[in-house]
Design a protein around this ligand. Structure first.
Ligand code: BGC
Length: 418
């Protein structure tokens, strides 16, 4: 009896050992560290663990992902890249060209990615016609986040144009509130600039300037106006903005210190985490003057060639597969503030901000008003993007910058980065 029991125990432990060996590990590099972002990424970790795989978190704080990219380069160059990393747009092509990314075609075929994804998104995920990255969501960048109680207390009206913005901001300031919550970091300066550029230039010229890099638009009178309006924004921001993280600025709108914030809809994740209700405790409205336009930011994970075990390779495919499942698309995006990237999702559990975003996305793609966000690295190469961000941020942080000179400086640095 005792012997039988021992044999039974050893068979069970042996089976467990096989299962443990079979389980692989994924290491995922990302910069989702705010409370809404962390909640979103936890869903992925849990789903991987439910499959029996283990999750090694590789989070590098810093909105916009600049620090994450630096760390990724170091790891990749030393021959030890993670399983997957948060990479976007042109960066995916760049890493593909350098030979670091692995093909996901087997998973893509099995899961019919070509059918469930909009072709424009699928193309961004492919290098040399092979899937090397998986999209997760669509973020709209041109949003304004509003605290309606502050507006009410100041007797101000929620703006729909830039002119109305300045009227409202003056009233709010006079009533003793901070009109504009802002984080003084270069990528956030660029995020604000981008929405103003979209309003002033319109979609066609925005595209010419930041996608086609057309010098006639970059160095134009209209661009002078963009810098003029941008400069005016500074007068509505508090002096402590320097270095502030984007989610701390969102916090200021949540707790009623500030009235508004220009930020992509990842900000909604922070409102949700604070228990705020859209349409009641906070409002999401298009950035002034950009009602029918949509600057898109697509989060995606790119997949690296691994030197790990067979189990790790299987886990890598498990991860790729999970990202586009309807369940993950729903739960992740509900927490993250974005809309799903799959075309066939049931949106009935999403809130009004997400429904508005989806509607604007569909309309803008028909009207030609769907444009890639340069501040979030979707419009151009990393070199050109960082050149634009440098000029914009340097301008915004000078004591009395000259909007007339700024466009020629912008043209000059873009030319040298092309
Ligand atoms: C990413 C978002 C993220 C935001 C702030 C953006 O660049 O696309 O997913 O929430 O940065 O960290």
């Amino acid at each position: 009896m005792k012997l039988k029991y021992l044999i039974f125990i050893s068979v069970v432990s042996w089976l467990f050992a096989i299962k443990a060996n079979a389980a692989g590990q994924v290491e995922v590099l990302h910069w989702w560290t705010s409370s809404g972002e962390a909640k979103s990424v936890k869903v992925l970790k849990q789903m991987m663990e439910q499959q029996g795989d283990s999750w090694k978190d590789f989070a590098v704080a810093g909105g916009g992902g600049e620090s994450a990219m630096t760390v990724l380069k170091m790891r990749a160059v030393s021959g030890n890249p993670p399983t997957a990393a948060q990479l976007k747009g042109h960066d995916i092509q760049e890493w593909g060209r350098l030979g670091f990314l692995t093909s996901l075609d087997a998973v893509a075929q099995q899961e019919h990615w070509d059918k469930v994804l909009p072709p424009v998104v699928a193309n961004i995920m492919k290098y040399n016609n092979h899937y090397v990255a998986v999209p997760i969501n669509v973020h709209r960048v041109n949003w304004l986040w509003v605290n309606p109680k502050v507006f009410k207390a100041a007797g101000a009206t929620v703006p729909t144009t830039l002119a109305e913005f300045f009227v409202a901001a003056d009233k709010i300031k006079a009533a003793g509130f901070i009109a504009l919550a802002h984080g003084g970091q270069p990528w956030q300066d660029a995020t604000l600039f981008e929405s103003i550029a979209l309003a002033v230039l319109g979609s066609a010229d925005y595209r010419k300037a930041f996608v086609d890099l057309d010098m006639a638009v970059i160095n134009s009178d209209k661009m002078v106006e963009v810098f003029q309006q941008f400069k005016r924004m500074k007068t509505y921001i508090d002096p402590q903005a320097e270095g502030r993280h984007w989610n701390s600025a969102t916090e200021m709108v949540i707790d009623g210190q500030a009235a508004m914030q220009f930020m992509g809809d990842w900000a909604k994740g922070e409102f949700a985490q604070a228990g705020e209700r859209p349409g009641i405790d906070y409002l999401c409205v298009p950035a002034p003057g950009t009602q029918y336009q949509f600057t898109f930011n697509i989060d995606s994970l790119a997949f690296f060639k691994l030197k790990g075990t067979e189990a790790d390779n299987i886990a890598q495919h498990d991860l790729a597969k999970i990202l586009l499942t309807p369940y993950f698309q729903k739960v992740f995006n509900l927490n993250k503030g974005s809309i799903p990237v799959r075309l066939d999702m049931d949106m009935s559990t999403f809130d009004q901000c997400a429904l508005d975003s989806m509607q604007a996305f569909k309309q803008a793609s028909l009207s030609g008003d769907l444009v890639p966000s340069f501040s979030q690295n979707l419009a151009t190469t990393a070199d050109v993007q960082s050149a634009i961000v440098d000029v914009v941020s340097e301008f915004f942080n000078k004591t009395d910058p000259d909007p007339i000179l700024a466009p020629s400086r912008l043209a000059q640095v873009i030319k040298s980065a092309i």
